[in-house]
Design a protein around this ligand. Structure first.
Ligand code: COA
Length: 132
């Protein structure tokens, strides 16, 4: 089931986060801040398996991560479909080194519209977009 994030989900979100982004991990304060600013959804089975954070005004995906033990089961796709359902479009920056995320967004019909140099400070980003 996909539902809104609540603060009780924080411990699992932090686990998924540290397993997904070991080099640039958001902490609880970052998630608290993001939960105030953006639409924050979690995918829950017996426990929380994934999350997505996006800006409802324009479809910008701020972050998405799936528990490594539950990848390639279509969970990421379902979460991005929520963005498309809510916003009619979606767009995201992806580290040039993150080939898996690029393959994921390509599989979902996103198009690479260019590179932002030094977007991450230490790395460039592809900008990938998709309309419904
Ligand atoms: C990117 C991520 C969210 C994908 O989530 P997921 O639930 O595994 O993705 P799905 O199962 O919905 O995959 C949908 C399609 O994307 C493509 N895809 C997903 N993972 C892939 C991989 N490792 N290699 C190649 N293609 C992949 C496939 O076409 C897949 O369809 P298929 O499994 O039927 O072949 C997940 O790998 C993740 O959390 N990565 C770490 C965090 C991250 O990089 N987030 C993105 C930051 S921009």
């Amino acid at each position: 089931m996909i539902r809104k994030f609540t603060h009780r989900d924080m411990r699992r979100i932090l686990e998924i986060e540290s397993n997904s982004f070991p080099k640039s991990t958001y902490d609880r304060f970052a998630f608290f801040y993001l939960s105030r600013l953006y639409h924050f959804l979690v995918y829950k089975d017996e426990k929380i398996l994934a999350y997505i954070i996006f800006d409802e005004r324009n479809g910008h995906i701020a972050s998405i991560a799936v528990d490594p033990l539950h990848r390639r089961k279509g969970i990421g796709r379902k979460l991005v479909e929520e963005v498309l359902k809510n916003c009619g479009r979606a767009w995201v920056e992806v580290r040039v080194s993150n080939k898996i995320a690029q393959a994921f967004y390509e599989a979902l019909g996103f198009i690479d519209i260019g590179v932002v140099p030094n977007y991450y400070g230490d790395e460039d980003a592809h900008v990938m977009v998709r309309s419904r």
